[in-house]
Design a protein around this ligand. Sequence first.
Ligand code: DQA
Length: 137
Amino acid sequence: MKILILNGPNLNLLGKREPSIYGNLTFEEFFKNLQKRYADVELHYFQSNVEGELINKLHEVGFSFDGIILNAGAYTHTSVAIGDAIKGIETPVIEVHISNVHAREDFRHVSYIAPNAKGVIAGFGLQSYELALISFL
Ligand code: DQA
């Protein structure tokens, strides 16, 4: 089983960025631990702050991988292009968020990912990624 975790803008700053919302752990630490605990899964990870690079990655894996766990960060709320990319690929995408976006500012209630996603998981900290992963198993 091949799964990609795809993180968008500012998620490279996890551990340093607004820790009261996003926690103290870096994504690399969390990812290594996840890989150990789900050793049967071929887990891949890619992060970019650039919208087009996220789209390129979706195209690259979107016809061969079994699942994509996508936290598009703020692009969730703005990117028609990422929404269209998800429509155009075959691999199912689960939208995840660390924070509960529905309990935050109004602009975070809009998602261009959700209408094209298999499901949405938000508000469980980094565990949101693990819950998405389990749903593919
Ligand atoms: C986020 C929520 C987004 O609104 C925000 O722009 C992020 C992180 C989350 O994981 O909670 O960058 O996707």
